[in-house]
Design a protein around this ligand. Structure first.
Ligand code: AMP
Ligand code: GLY
Length: 427
């Protein structure tokens, strides 16, 4: 089989790496990918949002399966376009992807199908939003409706902060994504992510993970795309896994079918584990990054099976097996990320780190320059994943590998997995 992966980050490197291991796969292509993925895939110089170009490539090269990594092409309707042209593609249709591309749509569907989520209000008019915030006071989370690259949610401790958030949104910096404002109750608890394969009628949750969204240790600093992750997340216990299935995934998959938008592909539930149980913070319509870097390596099943089954509607036939090992991924970012940072800094030690036992280095933003040096080419640069029978050893191994990789002003969190260790001590 020939498989095309669309996207260019660490998530896509992980997908390509796992797909390449499949006994059924002969060639993996990534469009546009990054130079660090050349170990497992052939790079194709087509942008992730050039839908016509990608479909033409898939047709001309006899691609058997296309896997869409990021949300932007899903929002543009890449799946609808590929399917219209008889091409097999993993991901939700444009209408189903609205669970991520419109936070308000997602909240309304959750309300309709009684899926646990924070109570919310929707505003077209910023002045009304201001009046509401003044009326209710207290902590609230103010959000833009549309995609905002992880920057569209403002957790606000008080009325002042909420008013500031509304000012920022109504200034127009988010463009159309900020036309409508969502304000929801501030949930207290610990976050976890559960990703699930879906074929429109069957849904299979994968093992849990926890992301580290803030830039600095102890969850301080600005929100980022994700600075590290581990899997499984001990905050999600066995009972919770079944309640997440019964109360969240099943009603969502049934609901979306009833809405005439059957959900196929990967559904990512961002959860807050509250005193009342798991509540949905958000849905994403694709694998998480860096959750993919810890969940996928633990999957003992050949990933081609569920990917194809999600497209063909046969997910109920797939048996899943998981490694008992725990996985942790530490992200190395450019100094300054998520704000301004420079690109083109020479990186050393990647091979040394990758040669360590139980370590894989996934590339998020790297490039090979004219002198054949691997250099930084993004905010998040590398994800170092380590696996071991216990989380403590996996963390130690991951940081050992991180220590071998050098580039100017590199930044990484020193506390990835710490919260999980605290839970494990409590058990
Ligand atoms: P979102 O863009 O909806 O994923 O939100 C980004 C981040 O904001 C989440 O990962 C949470 O840390 C935080 N957040 C969003 N909604 C809430 C909420 N209702 N209560 C508490 N924190 C939230
Ligand atoms: N790790 C968060 C995301 O992929 O959206």
């Amino acid at each position: 089989m020939k498989v095309l992966v669309i996207g260019s980050g660490g998530r896509e490197h992980t997908l390509a790496w796992k797909i390449k291991k499949s006994r059924w796969v002969s060639n993996v292509f990534v469009a546009p990918g990054n130079d660090g993925m050349r170990d497992v895939a052939k790079l194709v110089d087509i942008s992730a949002t050039d839908i016509d170009g990608l479909a033409e490539f898939a047709r001309e090269n006899g691609i058997d399966l296309t896997v869409v990594g990021p949300e932007a092409p899903l929002e543009m309707g890449i799946v609808d376009h590929f399917e219209r042209n008889g091409l097999r593609v993993f991901g939700p249709s444009r209408k189903a992807a609205m669970l991520e591309t419109s936070k308000i749509y997602a909240k309304e569907i959750m309300k309709k199908y009684h899926v646990p989520t924070a109570p919310f209000r929707v505003f077209d008019d910023p002045d009304e939003a201001r009046r509401y915030v003044k009326e209710v006071g207290g902590p609230q989370v103010v959000k833009v409706d549309g995609l905002a690259a992880g920057k569209g949610a403002f957790p606000c401790e008080d009325e002042m902060e909420a008013l500031e958030a509304i000012d920022i949104i109504s200034s127009g910096v988010f463009g159309k994504a900020g036309d409508r404002i969502l304000i929801e109750d501030y949930l207290k608890g610990e976050e976890a992510s559960i990703l699930a394969f879906c074929d429109g009628k069957t849904v299979v949750p994968l093992e849990s993970a926890q992301d580290h969204k803030r830039a600095f240790d102890n969850d301080k600093g600005p929100n980022t795309g994700g600075m590290g992750a581990y899997s499984p997340a001990p905050v999600v216990n066995e009972d919770m896994v079944s309640s997440v299935y019964d109360e969240i995934f099943l009603p969502m998959i049934d609901g979306m079918r009833k809405e005439g938008r059957p959900y196929k592909g990967l559904l990512y539930a961002g959860l807050m584990i509250t005193e009342k149980g798991p509540q949905v913070i958000e849905f994403n319509c694709r694998f998480g990054d860096p959750e993919a870097q810890v969940v996928i390596p633990r999957m003992a099943t050949d990933i081609i099976k569920p990917l194809i089954a999600c497209c063909d509607g046969t997910l109920d036939k797939v048996k899943f097996r998981w490694s008992k090992s725990k996985a942790v991924c530490v992200v190395l970012a450019s100094g300054g990320y998520p704000g301004k940072y420079v690109k083109g800094l020479k990186i050393s030690g990647i091979e040394k780190a990758g040669a360590l036992e139980n370590v894989v280095v996934f590339h998020s933003g790297t490039r090979v320059d004219e002198d054949e040096n691997v250099v930084t080419n993004g905010g998040r640069v590398l994800g170092v994943t380590a696996m071991d029978v216990d989380l403590q050893t996996a963390i130690k191994t991951a940081y050992g590998a991180v220590g071998k990789i050098r580039f100017q002003d590199r930044h990484y969190r020193k506390d990835i997995g710490k919260k999980a260790l605290l839970h494990l001590e409590d058990l």
